[in-house]
Design a protein around this ligand. Structure first.
Ligand code: BTN
Length: 245
C-alpha cells in the first residue's frame, strides 16, 4: 500500500502540496488528500471546482525510474486504476477518454492531472492528481462548464469516500508497479474495451490547431492513435483535448 497518507481539511491543491516536498521530503507512493481545495487545478490551466466534503481530491507521488519518456503511460495507468476501483466497489463500467478523463454515460466523472519534474532521459518525479466527483452540491454544479456526473447518481447506497480512496490507492499502487515492470501493454485490452471514442470521428484541438480524424485507440506508449486520410499516426499528450464531432 501507500507509504504515507496525509489528510488535510483545506489546502490550495493536493498536487501543489506534494510538489513543494520535492525532491527530498517525499517517499514513493506518498499520498495527500484534502476535503477542500482553494486552488484546485484542472488540465490546460483550468480551475478544478473543489467544494468541501463532497468529492475526492487526492495526489500520489511516484518516482519514475524509466524517465520522462514513460510519463505518457501514467495517464493510462491512473485512468485504468480508477476504473478498476469503481468496478470492484460498485460494479460500474466507466468510459475512458484519452488522455485522462473518466466518464459515465458521456458525462465527466473524474479527471487526472499529472505534474512532472525531470529531464528527458533521466528518472523523473511525478505527482499524479485525481479528482473524482462523488456527490455534487447544488451550488458547485453551476460553476462547471461541461457535462458532469457524480458517483452517487449511479450507486444506490451512500458512497463512502474513505472506502473509495482506499480502493483507489490500492489499485493505483498495483498498476504503477505493473507499469514499472511491463509498461502499459497489459492494460491495453481494458483501455480498448472502455475507450469512449474508439472508432468514432473526433476533433483534436492543440492550441490553434484542429485536426479531424478517427480515434483508433492508443499505442503501447499511451499515445492516441488518430487516423487521418487512412494513415494512423500517434499523438503524444501535452496541452491537447479530444472532442466528438
Ligand atoms: C482535469 O480533468 O482537468 C484534471 C483534474 C484534476 C483534479 C485533481 S483534484 C486533486 C489534484 N489536485 C489538483 O489541484 N488537481 C488534481
Amino acid at each position: 500500500l501507500a507509504s504515507k497518507v496525509e489528510v488535510h481539511c483545506l489546502i490550495d491543491s493536493t498536487n501543489n502540496f506534494l510538489l513543494r516536498r520535492l525532491p527530498d521530503h517525499i517517499k514513493q507512493g506518498q499520498v495527500c488528500i484534502a476535503e477542500h481545495q482553494s486552488a484546485g487545478r484542472g488540465r490546460r490551466g483550468k480551475e478544478w471546482v473543489s467544494p468541501f466534503g463532497s468529492h475526492v481530491y487526492m495526489s500520489m507521488y511516484w518516482y519514475l525510474e524509466q524517465g520522462m519518456s514513460a510519463a505518457m503511460g501514467l495517464s493510462v495507468v491512473a485512468a485504468i486504476a480508477i476504473s478498476d476501483a469503481i468496478e470492484s466497489l460498485y460494479q460500474i463500467k466507466v468510459q475512458l477518454k484519452w488522455p485522462n478523463d473518466i466518464y459515465i454515460n458521456e458525462k465527466k466523472l473524474a479527471g487526472i492531472l499529472i505534474d512532472l519534474e525531470g529531464q528527458a532521459l533521466e528518472p523523473s518525479h511525478c505527482v499524479i492528481g485525481l479528482g473524482v466527483n462523488v456527490s455534487m452540491p447544488e451550488q458547485a454544479s453551476s460553476k462547471i462548464d461541461q457535462p458532469w456526473t457524480d458517483l452517487q447518481t449511479h450507486v444506490s447506497t451512500p458512497v463512502d469516500r474513505n472506502i473509495l480512496i482506499a480502493e483507489i490507492i490500492s489499485k493505483l499502487t498495483e498498476r504503477l508497479h505493473e507499469h514499472q515492470e511491463h509498461g502499459i501493454v497489459k492494460m491495453l485490452d481494458q483501455w480498448f474495451k472502455l475507450d469512449l471514442y474508439l472508432n468514432k470521428p473526433v476533433k483534436l484541438v492543440a492550441g490553434e490547431k484542429v485536426t479531424y480524424g478517427l480515434c483508433r485507440g492508443i499505442n503501447t506508449q499511451g499515445a492516441l492513435l488518430l487516423e487521418v486520410e487512412r494513415q494512423i499516426k500517434p499523438v503524444y499528450g501535452g496541452e491537447v483535448s479530444l472532442r466528438k464531432c
